[in-house]
Design a protein around this ligand. Structure first.
Ligand code: WTA
Length: 638
């Protein structure tokens, strides 16, 4: 365990140290891990190319640090608890030793199916323990995992598999979420029509729904496990990895084009995910940590799987949704497992808030000691509700700002140490150097200011590249403001130097904490046969944070508008997935464009927000009359 920070003064000291001598700071943190060979050089970097290397020459395997290392001391302690979707189904628990055994076995299954170091493996699974096992088994043999969230469509999966040229897919027949059964294998079958690189599909039994099993390609997880058991292959020596070898790819949306594969590497990500877990949550041995994210997102990677297991913690994973079978489910889980740390998203808090206090009544939440929030700005009302009713004013709330690209938490109060302020992610963790810049990239110094949030010095958990396209990584993150990593977020720094993230300044939406590019949604809408053109913007949504508002021009068509709307929703579901479905679709005759043909989103955003009176200057538009037509038909329910 890395020593935690106990007082605010200590935080300030650590922070100064980390800025004065970052290399010494991170060397010390890295020394708490097991390296097969120590690194030769702590840091090599420039943000121009970019080229970022941490712990160069170091050799390790992250799973030795997640599992093997703990066996002697806490082999019999619980590593993973799994709460099924259906509360009637039995939960499952794995000690560190049991998890180690499962990972070793499945790593041998992967090898038996031809997987080897450097191969890319796509994982498309429900939130069952085997998902965590599959992730760790990939890391054990040095294969690069690319987990795709279960809500993405066949087309989205195919795009991701092709981009990474995955050779193997791990999935399950189906899965359960609330009262829905999801057909995962069927979606994979549809995706694989386009993916010649995939040679093998390993299918876990979960819902035992009828599925296609293709000879020579598809095998059952359980059969493959039996094979390795029969062969006595219960141990699997971890592959030796270089600190800068790829650990995983995770696709995320940007403002342009298709999602990009953010690449994280073994050494730096290990040090950073564990350090931020232990520091932010002030993790104490024995505590039960419940992160409600899906492992398909970065939050699940870093704070269900890697961060907690690297720390020897007990990590709780939940298959279902917070509102099923009723809106007291989360609190039942907290009570059942005596959860100490609860890490969830503002959208979940807002959704549970809407059910009032009844679902909390009689639930024992006294085990809770720390609360976390992640994924989107948390509004003050939700912050206070969380503080009053869930934390019962005893538990510090840590509002953690970070991104897929940052690998771990960047700006957040250290639980119980940093004085909090509702709506503020407060101060950077030691090792993180945020700056605010104006449009010209000039640093805005002092307090009581706002600007675009950048980071000026590397940290071990940062992305190294975007898979297969380093130039895209440079252009997206390092070219806007030369010499800085640009986050895409707007931010203010108040009089006390506290940071408050105000939301994306690019064309990326944050819907229920999920990142979705407006361009992606537009492309999907435009695939519908009757659509001529579309423009998508976000608008404030009570529960989701942001909703998706689409302005759509159609050719004259036979269907009625309602049917067309539904067809468009279905098209978006097919192309991206249900999470990208617009909340509102307004049919329009034209879109506000400048004389050079650029859509003026500023105007559409105002209309979607219901701020019709303040559209600003529309005189530069090619045809100002279209604005009147759009205003007249605006779908504003507020
Ligand atoms: C937003 C999720 C305000 C932000 C870990 C960021 C937040 C994007 C916060 C990354 C927060 C995340 N307060 N905004 N505490 N946390 N965001 O890649 O806009 O899915 O750029 O990573 O979510 O989303 P991603």
């Amino acid at each position: 365990m890395i020593p935690t920070i106990k007082t605010f003064e200590e935080y300030q000291q650590q922070y100064s140290l980390s800025v004065q001598n970052p290399e010494a700071f991170w060397e010390e943190k890295a020394s708490y891990f097991q390296w097969r060979k120590k690194w030769d050089k702590t840091l090599e970097w420039n943000f121009q190319e970019p080229n970022i290397k941490w712990f160069r020459g170091g050799k390790l395997n992250i799973t030795e640090n997640c599992l093997d290392r703990h066996l002697a001391e806490r082999g019999d302690e619980t590593a993973l608890i799994w709460e099924p979707n259906d509360p009637e189904e039995h939960f499952r628990k794995f000690t560190y030793r049991e998890l180690y055994n499962k990972v070793c076995q499945f790593a041998n299954v992967l090898k038996n199916n031809g997987a080897k170091k450097g191969d890319r493996i796509c994982i498309y699974m429900p939130m069952v323990p085997e998902l965590a096992i599959a992730v760790l088994a990939c890391a054990r043999i040095g294969a690069i995992h690319s987990v795709v969230f279960g809500g993405f469509s066949a087309q989205s999966i195919a795009d991701r598999i092709q981009d990474a040229q995955c050779s193997l897919v791990i999935t399950s027949d189906g899965g359960f979420r609330g009262n829905k059964e999801v057909q995962l294998k069927t979606v994979i079958d549809d995706a694989l029509v386009q993916c010649p690189s995939v040679k093998k599909v390993i299918v876990l039994t979960r819902s035992r729904t009828p599925i296609a099993m293709i000879k020579g390609r598809d095998v059952w997880w359980e059969d493959e496990i039996k094979k390795v058991e029969t062969l006595g292959l219960n141990e699997c020596k971890a592959e030796e990895m270089d600190a800068e070898d790829m650990l995983f790819i995770l696709y995320t949306s940007g403002s342009t084009g298709k999602p990009k594969g953010v690449v994280h590497t073994c050494g730096g990500y290990m040090v950073y995910s564990a350090y931020t877990f232990q520091t932010t949550f002030q993790y104490n041995p024995g505590e039960v940590h419940f992160c409600t994210a899906d492992i398909g997102w970065i939050t699940g990677h870093s704070y269900i799987v890697y961060g907690p297991l690297l720390s020897g913690a007990t990590s709780l994973m939940f298959e279902g949704v917070p509102t099923w079978p009723n809106s007291g489910r989360m609190w039942d889980i907290v009570q059942k497992y005596k959860v100490n740390i609860l890490y969830t998203a503002p959208t979940a808090i807002r959704s549970l808030m809407s059910f009032g206090l009844e679902p909390i009544k009689g639930k024992d939440l006294n085990s809770l000691t720390k609360l976390g929030s992640v994924g989107e700005p948390i509004n003050e009302e939700a912050w206070h509700w969380y503080d009053d009713n869930i934390g019962q004013k005893r538990c510090p709330i840590t509002d953690t700002w970070w991104q897929t690209e940052t690998g771990g938490i960047m700006i957040a109060p250290i639980a119980g140490v940093t004085p909090t302020k509702p709506g503020y992610a407060t101060l950077p963790l030691p090792g993180i150097q945020p700056v605010l810049v104006d449009e010209n990239g000039k640093e805005i110094v002092g307090n009581g200011v706002s600007g675009n949030l950048c980071i000026k010095f590397p940290w071990p958990g940062m992305l190294r590249t975007t898979y297969g396209d380093h130039e895209r990584c440079r252009v997206n993150y390092f070219a806007t403001y030369p010499g800085l990593y640009f986050t895409g977020d707007g931010c203010l720094r108040d009089q006390d130097g506290y940071y408050r993230i105000t939301g994306r300044v690019d064309d990326v939406l944050n819907v229920s904490g999920h990142r979705i590019g407006t361009a992606e949604v537009e492309n999907a809408i435009n695939m519908y046969s009757d659509v001529v053109e579309s423009a998508v913007v976000g608008y404030p949504h009570d529960v989701k944070g942001q909703g998706i508002y689409a302005f759509v021009i159609c050719t004259p068509h036979l269907n009625d508008d309602e049917l067309t709307r539904k067809d468009i929703l279905m098209t978006v579901s097919r192309i991206i997935g249900p999470i990208a479905k617009p909340d509102k679709i307004q049919f329009v005759k034209g879109l506000p464009k400048t004389r050079s043909g650029k859509i003026m989103r500023r105007i559409l955003r105002k209309i979607a927000e219901g701020d019709i009176a303040n559209l600003g200057d529309t005189s530069t538009l090619l045809d100002p009359a279209v604005v009147d037509e759009i205003k007249a038909g605006a779908l504003i329910s507020v």
